[in-house]
Write a protein that binds this ligand. Structure first.
Ligand SMILES: Nc1ncnc2c1ncn2[C@@H]1O[C@H](COP(=O)(O)OP(=O)(O)OP(=O)(O)O)[C@@H](O)[C@H]1O
Ligand SMILES: [Mg+2]
Length: 1009
């Protein structure tokens, strides 16, 4: 099962390798590496021509792109083309600038490193176009968020603005870049373009004041005049016709059919609005542009002393208005010069020639610094304020190598710049590559190539190079001239193989070099430079007087460009040549730290014509661009190399032996890996520290396999991660459930405890109630009694007598027996005797005397009669009413008045005649005996439980109506013929006493009931 899976994997990998091989275009070869006669220049040109004739302008040399300018729209830059190239392996589709862009982008995304694309070629070869296509490709194909669209638009629209101000028509190119541009496109971790930064290099300022025949000034001047709104032009004091302006009409080609200034103006205006330019910015900016045009039209005249004057101050007034300076100051600064003597300043008039120089210097300085301001302004709108880590792709589009009939300081700088870039290319490709093979111990036959370092040194070497010599000449005291500079050159670098002057050249070459000229043998060919103007342009001198006027300008842009600090700084600023040299060296530092991609642009003919393939011109370019050497190195070399550690780190997941960890030496791990992948011996070589892969297709197949494998790994990682998440979630839930359970259990337990406590309380109450059931009603027994009552009544439901005649009621529980008794009490006393109502809630007891409290003798005497009730009483003697403590004991048959062991009186129920009580609250009861039983007489008793005792007695006697409730007094039988009286009365306190009449007076407290 496992081995079957492995087979499928291997097959998949091989399939991709084959696929990469077969996807080839039919015309010529798409990659010069596949050319059979790869050492033949003719074969190279043939292949290029064959493809050019079919409008196939792109061809590879390995990963380097050769592009031939078609000078026509080919329809190969559509969005669908962009989508076609997006995310596809480099060699799977026909060569295209998009493939280069996509490759750099994907490498950047996957390896998180910085890249640059170096576009080189001579003027008009298509560098700027290529860089624009790349930018458009990123804008269309990169992922994008709503919020970052503005950053993308600004990146795109920075181009037309910079081109308007920095490009111009030259004899070589209608849209020639007259400044160098390096643009960093910044990408965030998701590969979204989020910002950018532009560095500009040495703009050709001299063009502002002078253009060769057939050339134009910078586009913006013509665009403003052609497209600017009427009001704007009126505000700036400009007319539409460029011929009216000296600075625009020297080249005699202000109107050029291939250039539509009016349309371009619209594009630029729109771009300004996107790149955050305010109306005030634009007013200041165009104020400067217009004032340059006005400056050019200032006419000078010479007065009698040979001093310059400006007879017509019309232009001066416009400039003063637009730049916000004082007209008189400006006029003076243009025609005079301040000379600083030791302690004072002397103002001397300028000659006509010097005035013209001052005017042009001002125009150049104003334009040049405004251009720098513009770049800074664009940069501030491109800046990305989020400080997370970004990766960048740099686009270098710099002025191409150029040769004119007359070449000046500008061409010298431009060509020196191209020389440096060529040097970089050589260093990073031809030289570095060969050195690497040697170092890694890879078998290698060295390939000869021309290293142009010698020319770079000629120009830039400290103290010895042309720039140093020029600088020296500029600062040297004494009369230095362009000619003296030329002589110095002859003296110092005259012996250099790549340097020639008329004097140094042999008789043959002499004719072609003028007296004021020197010739450099550049890597790209010979260029003869005229030294005229070298000193002046290198010095780039702007009279202090003019600088002072500009520092005071009210135009905000100018104020930013001309700072007072500059006036105060007395040190000489570095010369233009040195500045340029330094900026180039920092550019190279920027480039060296990044991964390169190269586009080599070739110009097919000198006439800007489509479908014209000038063999000679192209051969020349192939030669100086070093394409043949590059091809040879590529052919013999390896497309890809990587340190073992890095290679293993990236691809280790492709082999079970190396995944997830390889613990042995990386080189062995890589070997194991490539064996497993089935690399063929000719496809790779193993160096000391690196693996070298010969064909890109091998690498692409490996990449594809990785992509395939990644999906599986991702699925596994996802699953592990998801299970981890799930588990975490589960543990969380479980803990929550446990907590919940614990709380719930706690709550339940608390509830149960409460219930138990409640139950205990109830039971305790019940028990207490039970214990005290026979006691008078008190908090301890009241609930119990209610309960027993309730229970009894509920029970009664099921035990009701069956018939009316059936008098057998369910016997109530002990404590409720007194209910029956209470009924009897009620019948006797209700409404008749005070204190009855209060007595109602006092339950009757079975007895108020325990049997133990009855003297045993008495007990012995009466127990056979069954004692029913006993209660302590006070007995009043019938005669003297003396009170004596007695017990009244009721049996089934008789009532006994007992004193300790003696039965004082026995009243048989049969002899009982009646019972009397008063209607008052007292506890007096008199038991009347029948006359037959007269030996003792009636018993006068006072009892604390009068109602209870009387009721019990009545119930035992079983006679009705024996109780007599009297009012006022009652008579009782003392002895035969003798009766006593008891008087009942009410008073403030209870009293019982014998009154004067020998009667017993019982005083009760009357209480409202
Ligand atoms: N890929 C292309 N498709 C169609 N036309 C092109 C292409 N590349 C260049 N051109 C044409 O060639 C002209 C010059 O190209 P471009 O401005 O890019 O040259 P350059 O190399 O930047 O020159 P310079 O060094 O002078 O700036 C363009 O204006 C355009 O008309
Ligand atoms: Mg260009």
């Amino acid at each position: 099962m496992e081995s079957k899976k492995e087979d499928v994997r291997r097959k998949h990998i091989r399939l991709h390798m084959e696929g990469a091989l077969t996807a080839r275009d039919k015309v010529g070869v798409q990659d010069f590496v596949l050319l059979d006669a790869y050492t033949s220049e003719s074969a190279f040109v043939d292949n290029l021509r064959k493809r050019f004739n079919e409008n196939l302008i792109y061809t590879y040399i390995g990963t380097l792109l050769v592009s031939v300018n078609p000078y026509q729209e080919l329809g190969i830059y559509t969005v669908s083309q962009m989508e076609l190239y997006q995310g596809v392996n480099f060699f799977e589709l026909p060569p295209h600038v998009y493939a280069i862009a996509d490759n750099a982008y994907r490498m950047m995304c996957s390896e998180l490193n910085n890249h640059f694309i170096l576009i080189s070629g001579e003027s008009g070869a298509g560098k700027t176009e290529a860089s624009k296509k790349i930018l458009q490709y990123f804008a269309v194909t990169c992922p994008m968020t709503q919020s970052l669209q503005i950053a993308r638009d600004r990146l795109l629209l920075s181009n037309p603005v910079l081109e308007a101000f920095g490009n111009a028509r030259t004899l070589r190119n209608d849209n020639s870049s007259r400044f160098g541009k390096y643009m960093d496109i910044q990408f965030d971790f998701q590969g979204i373009p989020v910002g950018g930064h532009i560095i500009s290099y040495l703009i050709e300022k001299s063009r502002v004041v002078y253009q060769n025949q057939g050339e134009r000034n910078f586009h913006i001047f013509y665009q403003l005049l052609a497209g600017g709104e009427e009001e704007r032009l009126a505000f700036l004091g400009l007319e539409r016709d460029p011929q009216l302006y000296k600075y625009l009409s020297q080249g005699h080609c202000a109107k050029e059919s291939s250039i539509n200034d009016k349309n371009d103006w619209k594009t630029v205006s729109n771009a300004f609005s996107v790149i955050d330019f305010t109306e005030a910015d634009l007013e200041n900016l165009f104020g400067i542009i217009a004032s340059v045009l006005h400056l050019g039209n200032i006419g000078f005249e010479e007065d009698d002393q040979g001093c310059a004057t400006i007879p017509d101050t019309h232009e001066i007034k416009w400039i003063a208005k637009l730049l916000g300076v004082h007209p008189a100051d400006l006029l003076e600064a243009l025609t005079h010069r301040k000379i600083e003597a030791k302690t004072e300043e002397v103002i001397c008039p300028l000659t006509l020639e010097l005035s013209v120089y001052a005017r042009d210097a001002m125009a150049k300085a104003v334009y040049g610094r405004t251009f720098t301001w513009l770049v800074n302004k664009i940069n501030s709108s491109l800046v990305n304020k989020d400080f997370t880590r970004k990766t960048v792709i740099g686009l270098l589009d710099i002025y191409g190598f150029e040769v004119f009939d007359k070449n000046g300081f500008e061409q010298f700088c431009i060509n020196y710049c191209n020389e440096k870039l060529q040097q970089l290319l050589i260093e990073r490709t031809l030289k570095a590559e060969q050195a690497e093979y040697e170092m890694e111990g890879i078998e290698w036959e060295p390939i000869k190539y021309f290293n142009n370092k010698i020319i770079c040194d000629l120009v830039e070497e400290r103290h010895k190079g042309i720039i140093s010599i020029l600088d020296e000449e500029c600062i040297r005291p004494g009369p230095a001239t362009d000619l003296s500079f030329l002589e110095k050159l002859e003296e110092k670098v005259g012996k250099h193989a790549h340097f020639e002057t008329r004097k140094l050249a042999g008789p043959k070459g002499r004719k072609r070099i003028g007296w004021m000229e020197f010739r450099l043998l550049h890597y790209a060919g010979e260029v003869t430079y005229c030294t005229k103007g070298f000193l002046e342009k290198n010095n780039d001198l702007l009279y202090r007087h003019l600088k002072e006027v500009l520092c005071k300008s009210k135009n905000v842009i100018l104020r930013e460009c001309f700072l007072r600090a500059e006036l105060e700084n007395r040190r000489r600023p570095p010369t233009v040549g040195t500045q340029f040299k330094n900026s180039l060296s920092s550019l190279l530092e920027i480039l060296i730290s990044k991964e390169p991609s190269y586009i080599r642009c070739i110009k097919p003919n000198d006439r800007k014509e489509p479908s014209k393939f000038d063999d000679f011109l192209i051969r020349h370019q192939i030669k100086y661009l070093g394409l043949m050497e590059h091809l040879r190195v590529r052919r013999a070399g390896f497309a890809y190399r990587r340190k073992y550690e890095h290679f293993l780190q990236r691809y280790k997941s492709l082999c079970p032996d190396t995944w997830p960890h390889w613990h042995g030496p990386p080189a062995e791990g890589v070997e194991r890996l490539i064996n497993y992948m089935g690399y063929k011996p000719e496809e790779y070589k193993l160096g000391k520290t690196k693996i070298f892969i010969r064909f890109p297709r091998t690498l692409f197949a490996t990449e594809d396999a990785l992509e395939f494998c990644k999906h599986q790994l991702v699925a596994r990682i996802q699953a592990t991660y998801k299970s981890c998440l799930g588990r975490r979630e589960y543990v969380k839930k479980r803990q929550a459930a446990i907590k919940l359970e614990a709380h719930w259990r706690g709550a339940l337990a608390r509830k149960a405890i409460q219930r138990r406590k409640w139950a205990v309380r109830i039971i305790r109450k019940f028990i207490k109630g039970f214990i005290s059931r026979n006691k008078p009603l008190c908090p301890d027994n009241e609930e119990f009694i209610v309960f027993v009552r309730k229970n009894y009544i509920l029970n009664l439901r099921y035990h009701l007598p069956k018939t009316v005649l059936d008098k057998s009621w369910l016997r109530p529980p002990g404590i409720l027996e007194n209910m029956q008794q209470k009924v009897v009490t009620s019948e006797i006393f209700r409404g008749r005797k005070d204190g009855y109502t209060e007595s109602l809630n006092q339950p009757f007891a079975n007895s108020r005397i325990n049997e133990g409290d009855i003297n045993p003798k008495v007990l012995q005497l009466i127990s056979h009669e069954k004692i029913q009730y006993g209660v302590p009483v006070i007995k009043y003697d019938r005669k003297g009413f003396k009170a004596r403590q007695r017990q009244l004991i009721l049996t089934q048959k008789a009532a006994y008045v007992v004193e300790l062991a003696k039965i004082k009186q026995k009243i048989e129920y049969s002899a009982l005649k009646g019972v009397s009580t008063s209607n008052l609250r007292d506890g007096i009861l008199v038991i009347h005996v029948s006359p037959e039983d007269k030996q003792k007489g009636d018993a006068v008793l006072q009892c604390g439980h009068m109602f209870e005792a009387v009721t019990k007695l009545v119930m035992l006697v079983k006679k009705e109506n024996i109780v007599n409730v009297v009012q006022g007094s009652l008579q009782f039988f003392i002895s035969p013929g003798k009766e006593g009286t008891i008087v009942f009365d009410t008073g403030p306190e209870e009293q019982i006493y014998k009154n004067k009449n020998g009667q017993l007076t019982v005083v009760s407290v009357r209480r409202k009931s």
